[in-house]
Design a protein around this ligand. Structure first.
Ligand code: ARG
Length: 580
């Protein structure tokens, strides 16, 4: 809750004490009936019931005390004992002036956690496709939200860099280039002049995997290579490092475009380093069981309504599972960092996997009981027809192609007078449009990609928000050129009240977004406050206003809304271009 509101709540609680009610915790909320007041307090009825008194009588005693508060212009009783509160202008003006000197007061919460965020999850040697977009956007925005409220974060891209597909790719390279030093018995780590590009990898990967799937002996060979790779076979390991490097460089470029960054660029291979240690621990806890040649942990609870298969650590063919890797990741992370929570941002279809992993982690007591593991699954972005998003020739849509397509559309719509840097500006707008559209639905909701709708300058879009925010900025620039400074708000009209009341509500929205691990309310809020501001902007001629005090007040309000829009867009991971 907003700190100013909290102070007011404490004050009301104090007044109730004066009336003889001990320790009443007071919560006030934005009014359902704005014509009666800005906020309302509904706590009188339960208080009366508890004390066997008449609510209207209590209210009538409280009202004169409330009316004496400088924070309130008015207080009144409605119905059976609702109390309507109208803020004084001074209260609202102070709030805007305080926000003007530090916008962050609207964001901080008393939650001082260290949160580890696992998102991105690209697979090495595979093209980054539209399915990876949401993990990157949602993960990045949640990380920024955590930081804005005052939490510490550690982010990890968690590369899919280990496992059978790697064996298949190496086998395909071996088939094409058997002469490479990597495949010699006595290879000893010496540098080679073998070069491979990301395009080579993208061509290789589907061929390699199809061959293995269609031919059991190729599959067997790939398994063997993978097994040797995981045991650090010198040649395979050196080649693998090269593949990872090439692929990761490419992935980094796209993440950079998307304003997505990570503290750690670890992958499943890094977790593997902890596998033996972890297995030893699990054995010591006696929870690993044999089942049809596999090693499993039973994770079913008595209360489970749905089927809950055992978590398979090692398959009957000796391959270490995806589940085991994620358990080793938890082992690694909780041993290396002091963490309150680990959050995972992946497709909601991975829910069972994470439920099993989390249960195994707590059953084995490898995490402290207070460490929380949280699965933030998300819905799918489908193609325009509501079916999986494919390219024209039917393949999965690479993320890079999607970004290019939206950039092209945004460039078409860019003001013709902008002659320099058009493609870069269009790219920034496109990323903003994509991100906003992606974060607007509730996290678990599926949605369809819609180029027209997402880039519409007059819609509920990133484009609209960017355009409006740039306009605020240019108003402030123009004011500066005329030596007008947004220093202080002193006057407030009815028109501005709505904007300020919405601003006052921000802290609650921020908290709710954090509690729901979803950015949808922030997206809605940004749209709402931008609309309110735009109405105000259209009704007033700020630059030519002759009443200087009023003009300064308006500019101050503009500055606060501008700072706040920048901050909210930044949380969403959206950059603002200079012009558009
Ligand atoms: N690489 C995985 C995939 O593409 C996602 C990784 C998610 N994170 C994790 N800790 N398992 O499906």
């Amino acid at each position: 809750m907003n700190y100013k509101i909290s102070l007011l709540e404490n004050k009301i609680s104090q007044s109730l004490k004066e009336l003889g009610f001990k320790e009443t915790s007071v919560t006030i909320n934005p009014s359902n009936r704005p014509e009666l007041g800005d906020y309302q307090y509904n706590g009188i009825m339960p208080l009366a019931k508890k004390n066997n008194l008449n609510p209207v009588e209590i209210a009538n005693k409280l009202i004169p005390l409330l009316k004496a508060y400088p924070e309130l212009k008015d207080a009144s009783v409605a119905g059976p004992g609702f109390i309507n509160l109208t803020f004084s202008n001074e209260f609202l003006i102070d709030f805007i002036n305080e926000s003007n000197s530090n916008i962050d007061i609207n964001y901080h919460q008393d939650i001082n956690k260290t949160i580890f965020l696992d998102y991105g999850g690209p697979n090495v040697a595979k093209v980054l496709h539209v399915g990876h977009l949401r993990s990157a956007n949602i993960g990045e925005a949640l990380k920024r939200l955590c930081q804005a409220i005052g939490c510490k974060t550690i982010s990890d891209v968690h590369l899919g860099d280990w496992g059978r597909p790697m064996g298949m790719v190496i086998l395909e390279i071996k088939t094409r280039h058997p002469e490479l030093p990597y495949f010699k018995e006595d290879y000893n780590g010496e540098p080679t002049n073998f070069n491979i590009t990301n395009d080579d990898l993208l061509e290789l990967y589907p061929i390699a995997t199809t061959k293995a799937k269609e031919n059991e002996s190729i599959m067997e060979e790939a398994r063997k290579i993978n097994y040797e790779l995981q045991n650090k076979h010198k040649g395979y390991y050196a080649l693998w490092q090269k593949i990872v490097e090439v692929s990761v460089n490419e992935v980094k470029k796209i993440y950079q475009d998307l304003n997505v960054s990570f503290d750690l660029w670890e992958g499943e291979s890094d977790n593997f380093e902890y596998m033996n240690e972890m297995f030893e621990y699990l054995y010591s806890k006696n929870i690993i069981e044999e089942s049809d040649g596999a090693k499993v942990i039973h994770v079913k609870n008595d209360t489970d309504k749905k089927e809950m298969p055992p978590l398979i650590l090692v398959k009957s063919n000796k391959a270490v599972s995806y589940e085991a890797t994620d358990l080793a990741a938890i082992w690694e992370r909780t041993h290396n960092f002091k963490l309150d929570e680990i959050w995972y941002m992946t497709d909601k279809r991975q829910e069972l996997h994470f439920t099993q992993v989390f249960r195994a982690a707590s059953k084995s007591q490898m995490i402290k009981p207070e460490t929380k593991l949280i699965f933030n699954g998300f819905g799918t972005m489908n193609g325009p027809e509501g079916k999986p998003f494919k390219t024209r020739d039917g393949g999965v849509m690479p993320l890079a192609n999607l970004l290019d397509m939206v950039t092209e559309e945004c460039e078409k719509r860019l003001t013709p007078t902008i002659t320099e840097n058009r493609t870069n500006i269009a790219r920034t707008i496109a990323i903003g449009a994509i991100k906003y559209a992606d974060l607007l639905p509730y996290r678990t909701t599926d949605y369809n990609f819609d180029l027209e709708k997402f880039t519409d300058l007059n819609g509920k879009t990133g484009t609209y928000l960017l355009y409006s925010t740039i306009r605020m900025k240019s108003l402030l620039n123009k004011a500066q050129e005329n030596n007008l400074n947004p220093q202080k708000m002193t006057i407030i009209n009815e028109n501005e009240r709505k904007i300020i009341l919405t601003m006052l509500d921000l802290k609650r929205i921020i908290k709710r977004s954090y509690d729901n691990y979803s950015l949808n309310e922030i997206c809605e809020y940004l749209y709402k406050i931008t609309n309110l501001y735009n109405n105000f902007y259209a009704e007033n001629h700020i630059i030519t206003e002759e009443n200087k005090e009023l003009q300064t007040s308006w500019l101050t309000l503009t500055k606060v809304i501008y700072d706040n829009n920048c901050k909210l867009l930044n949380i969403l991971g959206i950059n603002i271009p200079e012009k558009m």
